[in-house]
Design a protein around this ligand. Structure first.
Ligand SMILES: [Zn+2]
Length: 124
C-alpha cells in the first residue's frame, strides 16, 4: 500500500507536471472553454511571404501534434488526480494490482503496472 506521505508527494508531482504542460500549451494554443482539457492550436502568423506562409503551415502542423500529445498527458494527470481524491490511486487499470511506488515516482500518471504495459505495447 502507498503511504499517505507518498501519495502526497506524488500528488505534488502531478500538480507540477500539470502546470508545466498547461504552460507549454499556452504558448501556442488557447484553452477550449466548452470541452475540459481541450486546447486549440492557433495558426502562427509569421508573415505574408510565400516562404513565411510555408513556415507557418509547418509550425502549425508540428504544434498540433505536440498539442495532442500534451493533451493526452494532461488527461492522464487529471485522471490520476481524481483517483487520489477518490482513493483509487496507484492501481493498475488492467489487472488491479498495485503499481509500485518506484514506478509511480518516475511516472505518477501511470495507469498500468509494468507487466500490463509491456503486454499492451506488444499487442499494438
Ligand atoms: Zn497490471
Amino acid at each position: 500500500m502507498l503511504q499517505d506521505k507518498e501519495i502526497k508527494e506524488l500528488e505534488k508531482k502531478l500538480i507540477d507536471a500539470k502546470k508545466s504542460i498547461e504552460k507549454q500549451l499556452s504558448k501556442f494554443a488557447t484553452k477550449d472553454k466548452t470541452i475540459e482539457d481541450n486546447y486549440r492550436t492557433e495558426f502562427p502568423d509569421i508573415g505574408n511571404q510565400a516562404d513565411e506562409n510555408a513556415q507557418e503551415i509547418t509550425e502549425y502542423e508540428q504544434n498540433i501534434s505536440l498539442e495532442h500529445s500534451l493533451e493526452d498527458e494532461l488527461k492522464l494527470i487529471n485522471k490520476a488526480l481524481d483517483k487520489i481524491k477518490s482513493n483509487k490511486f496507484g492501481r493498475c487499470e488492467i489487472c488491479g494490482q498495485e503499481i509500485p511506488y518506484e514506478r509511480l515516482k518516475i511516472r505518477p500518471q501511470a495507469v498500468m503496472c509494468v507487466s500490463c504495459k509491456s503486454k499492451n505495447e506488444a499487442s499494438l
